[in-house]
Design a protein around this ligand. Structure first.
Ligand SMILES: NC(=O)c1ccc[n+]([C@@H]2O[C@H](COP(=O)([O-])OP(=O)(O)OC[C@H]3O[C@@H](n4cnc5c(N)ncnc54)[C@H](O)[C@@H]3O)[C@@H](O)[C@H]2O)c1
Length: 346
């Protein structure tokens, strides 16, 4: 397959690019290289003759048309987005422009290309989204593909809007789309502004580990390489017009994730142990969703996908990766906003 992957220099996109190339797919990576991108994420495939890179912004419709015409993709995997909830609270405008207008541009460029090619039935526009579009759960229940949308942050609202556009382009124009909504990812190459890398790196530096509120918020964690595998499964086997929830059935409270990482570090990097002494409770995020949980039965039963690692295994592998890859994360600590408390405006 020839894939056009947007956001392929980010956390999840780069995992998709690495896996797709390893499986013999041709990949064109379209990325604007924002603060969240990192060329090192795709260094391992950069010289492969299956791989090419286009630095472009999905807000630039003309650039998208040129890239479709040049590369003639069979499948689009659209991951490019502004992705950090805290940044969306401080500056929602970028989220509207990239996540909504950018997705609109991608749909229009893809549709024009697909029409020009004679509407091949095998073409796919795969839109990668989040479980955050479904809002916040109480103590019980799980999100299914038919759960009503109820986004509560500028980030999740912008992703919900993009999901609606993708469905509308299928219903109205017949564009062959598939959608996925995934739970929280973690693993190698995770940008050091999100909970798990912040915890690992602050613990390593002996700095306070910030936990929002009482740390009671529950997330459903999935190892990023398992997500990449699920996304390629959906591209290959998913039914047109259908959406799939992706999750690892690994619910955990934030405070428990942080404590587990501290105890892994006590074992793997005993200097500074016990790392738990660094845990510091800070003012909660405004509108912080209480609980997310994914019911992954559709992707499991219809497409036969399941995750390969448990949360415990994945966290151990992740901590090991950060211990071994200081050359990757050290320069990122200098980027704008990293290490600062963001998203406290209310
Ligand atoms: N991280 C998660 O836990 C998670 C969970 C479910 C779904 N998702 C979705 O998966 C996708 C990827 O998430 P991520 O965590 O890898 O994000 P990320 O922030 O690590 O990477 C986003 C990438 O998109 C690029 N990008 C941003 N704006 C762009 C623009 N205007 N034009 C072109 N490229 C642009 C960035 O340069 C970056 O490389 C997003 O759509 C996100 O909503 C993320």
């Amino acid at each position: 397959m020839k894939l056009l992957v947007t956001g392929g220099a980010g956390f999840i996109g780069s995992a998709v690019v690495r896996l797709a190339v390893a499986r013999g797919h041709e990949v064109v990576n379209l990325d604007a290289m924002t603060y969240a991108a990192c060329a090192e994420n795709i260094a391992s495939v950069a010289t492969s003759n299956l791989y090419s890179f286009e630095q472009a912004d999905i807000r630039d419709r003309a650039a998208l048309s040129r890239i479709f015409a040049t590369h003639q993709p069979e499948v689009v995997m659209h991951l490019a987005a502004e992705s950090h909830v805290d940044r969306s609270i401080d500056g929602p405008g970028d989220f509207i422009e990239t996540n909504i207008t950018g997705t609109f541009n991608m749909l229009e460029a893809a549709r024009a290309f697909w029409v020009e090619k004679g509407k091949p039935a095998s073409f796919r526009f795969h839109h990668i989204s989040t479980d955050e579009v479904f809002g916040s759960l109480g103590e019980t229940g799980q999100f299914t593909e038919t759960t009503s949308y109820d986004p509560r942050s500028p980030y999740s609202a912008s992703k919900a809007a993009s999901d609606h556009l993708v469905r509308a382009w299928h219903e109205t124009y017949g564009l062959p789309v598939v959608l996925t909504n995934c739970s929280n990812n973690y693993g190698p190459y995770h940008f050091p502004e999100k909970l798990i890398p912040v915890t690992i790196l602050n613990a390593l530096h002996g700095r306070p580990i910030p936990v929002y509120g009482a740390g009671e918020n529950v997330r459903d964690w999935l190892y990023v390489e398992d997500h990449a595998d699920a996304l390629l499964t959906v591209v290959e086997k998913g039914a047109v017009g259908r959406s799939y929830n992706i999750g690892g059935e690994n619910e955990a409270r934030n405070i428990d994730i942080v404590r587990t990482i501290c105890s892994l570090l006590d074992d793997m990097h005993p200097q500074g142990a016990p790392h738990e002494r660094l845990i510091t409770f800070v003012t909660d995020r405004p509108g912080h969703d209480a609980r997310y949980a994914i019911d992954p039965q559709r992707i499991r039963t219809e497409l036969g996908w399941r995750p390969s690692v448990t949360l415990e295994q994945g966290l151990r592998q992740t901590v090991r990766w950060y211990l071994d890859n200081e050359a990757w994360w050290q320069p990122l600590l200098e980027r704008q906003g990293v290490g600062q408390r963001l998203g406290v405006k209310a």
